[in-house]
Ligand binder design. Sequence first.
Ligand SMILES: N[C@@H](CCC(=O)N[C@@H](CS)C(=O)NCC(=O)O)C(=O)O
Length: 184
Amino acid sequence: MALQYAGVQVEHREIELRNKPQSMLRLSPKGTVPVLCIDGLVLDQSIDIMQWALKASDPDGWSDLDESIAQAWIKKNDELFKSLLDQYKYPNRHSELDQAVVLADAMELLLKPMEVALGASKYLLGNKMTWVDVAIFPFIRQFMMVDQQRFAKLPLPHVQRWLRQHMESELFISVMDKHPAWRD
Ligand SMILES: N[C@@H](CCC(=O)N[C@@H](CS)C(=O)NCC(=O)O)C(=O)O
């Protein structure tokens, strides 16, 4: 989304995670997606790719924000929420865990603080969208998609409004088309 927003043209190579092409592993042996390779520079963390794109062009000011507040949201998401999301998505891999407890933890840790923030303003950091909204909403979308009916019943009207707005945005829809897998 950040690349599209910044108007950066890329050659999109869809990766089959079960069959990673050697050309990708040569650039980034850790073997995760996304990877951006541009003029010999290899970026293999999505947040680095976002920051790189926004440095190239940021027409609506996604980067006009308080960096310490931004980093606090990212830390909550990356360090704690992501592992709860994994437990919530794949209960079979975590049979020792009670899914209701995982959901309660996710609520306390991230979803309720987001509800408070989004009740006070349209976006996480105020009334203007920033890169933090774009970085975090795909994780909330994944969480919602595990059980859409259950998510709809949670006391999170502002999070639900925010999520819907992002999922219905032209920008999101424009980057969600399917690509055939890349073969070397
Ligand atoms: N911190 C990395 C995480 C990337 C990551 O773990 N991506 C997953 C897919 S969402 C992946 O490529 N997993 C490797 C695999 O399943 O083999 C980033 O944000 O780019």
